[in-house]
Design a protein around this ligand. Structure first.
Ligand code: TUI
Length: 306
């Protein structure tokens, strides 16, 4: 469907997944995805054009639907005819006709079976079933429970996401019925990933319980590495503080992490699988390693088959 060599999507991480990371993943045979995040249309158009210079292969654009620029970015994606759009944090129904008319393949991230069915009815080409092990904005389901139920509920391809960072995770996703995987946290350690060195170091150092979830009160739970900011947020979250003040407290924190590497004040989004991410490697090494190891795991039952 997409002309990619390997069934691996790189997650559309806001302020992180730029033209350099996306083109490196696509050049390595996966599907690189530029993240629009909360950025305006001009930033997104520039990144799309940069990626077109850097690779002839297909790449995607992730549109974060809570962004104040979502309408503008949705139109730019159609004008620029990106090959693939993924969406996060909402329902992309109102844009799907625009994107389909531009010949774009559409893959909404879905946090539940109901949402997956809705996406299929609305004309999505596939769904990304993302469990709450992932970093950033999360749903309530775990990947292990969500993926097989979504696979049974829809007949379009299912891409599994959340808690996958190595070949074992890829094999598990395929065992659950997925046709591809999406990884975010593993690509944070890529040499081509332009995050501040402090961010990379934090991910490389993180263990299994390094992350926590904040933001449930405002309806947008977000998983990030436990630090001063995350602790302070969680301390004030259920006090008498107003919604507006709480939002203001969190505003701009991801950029502080990604661009300034501010270990105390920044919000370092990461999945629970960060404990498996222990070295910096190129996107090519990451993808080749995933596929080789997954094949080893899936083929590993041969000795038991009579
Ligand atoms: O979107 C993500 N991950 C993200 S978005 C983000 S930026 C952000 N900043 C502040 C608040 C919220 C987000 C950082 N990380 N992943 C895809 C994803 N989509 N996970 C869960 C969902 C989702 C949740 C609810 C998709 C649809 C949905 O629909 C329910 C509804 O009522 O809209």
């Amino acid at each position: 469907m997409l002309g990619i060599s390997f069934p691996v999507f790189q997650g559309g991480m806001a302020w992180i997944a730029d033209a350099q990371l996306a083109s490196a993943v696509s050049e390595a045979g996966g599907l690189g995805i530029i993240a629009a995040g909360n950025a305006d249309g001009e930033y997104v158009r520039k990144e799309i054009r940069k990626a077109k210079e850097m690779t002839d292969k297909a790449f995607g654009l992730n549109i974060m639907l809570l962004s104040p620029f979502a309408d503008e970015v949705a139109q730019i994606a159609a004008d620029e005819k990106v090959k693939v759009i993924t969406t996060g944090a909402g329902n992309p129904a109102k844009y799907i006709r625009l994107w389909k008319e531009a010949g774009i393949k559409v893959f909404p991230v879905v946090p539940s079976v109901a949402f997956a069915k809705l996406a299929e009815r609305n004309g999505a080409d596939g769904v990304i079933a993302e469990g709450g092990e992932s970093g950033g904005h999360i749903g309530e389901m775990s990947t292990m429970a969500l993926v097989p139920q979504v696979c049974d509920a829809v007949s379009i391809p299912v891409i599994a996401a959340g808690g996958i960072a190595d070949g074992r995770g890829v094999a598990a996703a395929f065992a659950l019925g997925a046709e591809a995987v999406q990884l975010g946290t593993r690509f944070l350690s890529a040499t081509e990933c332009n995050i501040h060195e402090n961010y990379k170091a934090k991910v490389l150092k993180a263990g299994d319980t390094a992350t926590m979830v904040t933001g449930r009160r405002l309806g947008h739970p977000v998983r990030s590495i436990r630090n001063q900011f995350a602790r302070e947020y969680s301390k004030i979250e259920y006090t008498e503080i107003s919604d507006k003040e709480l939002e203001e407290f969190a505003a701009g924190r991801l950029r502080m992490a990604v661009q300034d590497g501010d270990e105390k004040q920044g919000c370092f989004l990461s999945g629970q699988i960060a404990g498996l991410v222990t070295k910096e490697e190129s996107c090519r090494e990451i993808i080749e390693d995933l596929i080789r190891d997954a094949e080893g795991v899936l083929g590993g039952l041969g000795q038991w088959v009579k």
